[in-house]
Ligand binder design. Structure first.
Ligand code: FPP
Length: 254
């Protein structure tokens, strides 16, 4: 006798909950978020509209990084060279961290994200500093993903600053030249305490590193995509992770 099985509706799987099975997830991913201006131009919008969209897009990448178990996500939000841009554009970009945190800080807190910064923080406008410092303080005890915002960051500036600090300490005899090794120098950089990036991503088709983490990316894997930053989404992020999965890192060995 055949038994009538109850009818089960096949559970609908929502795309956003899908998770690709990936091994070998990079612990530290750094991203040069490029292409906001071109994104806006392509839509007949002013450049600042691209930055605004780029800001909103940060959260998508934070979610994706969290989902795949990345431990640190460092985002190049403003370089020491970006001050050369028109004043109105700089002023607009400087307002973005506050706007971003106003909307997304509660979600970051809920997801145990710790917000940190690298770069010459003191020279930022006070409204930017206050908003970012507030977020850093509010999330300092979180031990999930580290969202590290590179603000007024430039690698050459960072190395020069480290060199000057070291030289001052040598001059005052609190440091001996013979004690300076790679580890020592690393500890004078803004990234002190962070592992070097395993994977560096640059969006928008440009293939250069633009003064970003020059010391720290000595052995990072590089991944470039033509996707403009405002269009960078979880699926592009996963493409980068899949490519990274295949890389054989040798660090100069065999
Ligand atoms: C480069 O694109 C982008 C920037 C200089 C600004 C990046 C800033 C954000 C994405 C927002 C940051 C938000 C937070 C929360 C920190 P571009 O203007 O050089 O683009 P283009 O090469 O197409 O002109």
């Amino acid at each position: 006798m055949s038994m009538k099985l109850p009818f089960f509706r096949k559970k609908k799987i929502h795309k956003k909950n899908d998770k690709e099975i990936l091994t070998n997830i990079p612990e530290h991913v750094a991203i040069i978020m490029d292409g906001n201006g071109r994104w806006a131009k392509g839509k007949g919008l002013p450049r600042i509209a691209g930055h605004k969209e780029g800001m909103n897009n940060v959260t998508k990448t934070v979610r994706a990084a969290n989902k795949y178990g990345v431990k640190t996500l460092t985002l190049y939000a403003f370089s020491t060279e970006n001050w050369k841009r028109p004043r109105s554009e700089v002023e607009f970009i400087m307002k973005l961290p506050k706007q971003f945190l106003h909307v997304y800080l509660p979600e970051m807190i809920e997801n145990n994200v710790q917000i940190r910064t690298i770069g010459e923080f003191e020279s930022l406008p006070s409204h930017t500093k206050e908003a970012v410092q507030y977020a850093v303080d509010q999330t300092k005890d979180n031990d999930g993903l580290i969202l590290n915002l590179a603000l007024n960051y430039g690698s050459r500036h960072e190395i020069l600053r480290a060199m000057k600090k070291i030289m001052k300490e040598v001059e005052s005899s609190s440091l001996s030249i013979d004690d300076i090794d790679e580890e020592q120098l690393s500890s004078y950089l803004y990234t002190n305490g962070f592992n070097d990036p395993d994977l560096l991503i640059r969006t928008s088709g440009e293939k250069r590193v633009s003064n970003f983490l020059l010391w720290q990316i000595a052995y990072s894997e590089l991944w470039f995509t033509d996707v403009l930053w405002p269009d960078f989404d979880e699926s592009t992020f996963v493409q980068a992770l899949k490519d990274y999965e295949q890389r054989k890192r040798r660090y100069g060995g065999i």
